[in-house]
Design a binder for this molecule. Structure first.
Ligand SMILES: *[C@@H]1O[C@H](CO)[C@@H](O)[C@H](O)[C@H]1NC(C)=O
Length: 70
């Protein structure tokens, strides 16, 4: 068993649908338990376009004592 994998990516979806693909690597049958899609304004991540996306490597909370972004 490979455990839980959480993946976060920002991509351009040019059509009315999105395809999510998984590859079996020999450690069990992969499955999706949650798929959360959120529309973002193009201006939020100008580095992203139809051929280049972003994948989250880490997230740092610079304000752990508060419960929101200020
Ligand atoms: C996407 O952005 C990359 C990096 O800025 C650029 O090299 C590439 O040509 C862009 N692709 C399109 C389709 O605009």
């Amino acid at each position: 068993m490979a455990g839980v994998v959480v993946l976060e990516a920002i991509v351009v979806v040019p059509d009315d649908f999105v395809q999510v693909c998984m590859v079996t690597t020999g450690s069990g049958t992969p499955f999706v338990s949650v798929l959360d899609l959120r529309p973002l304004k193009n201006s939020l991540y100008p580095q992203v376009n139809a051929t280049q996306g972003l994948v989250l490597l880490s997230r740092i909370n610079f304000s752990p004592d508060t419960d929101g972004v200020r």
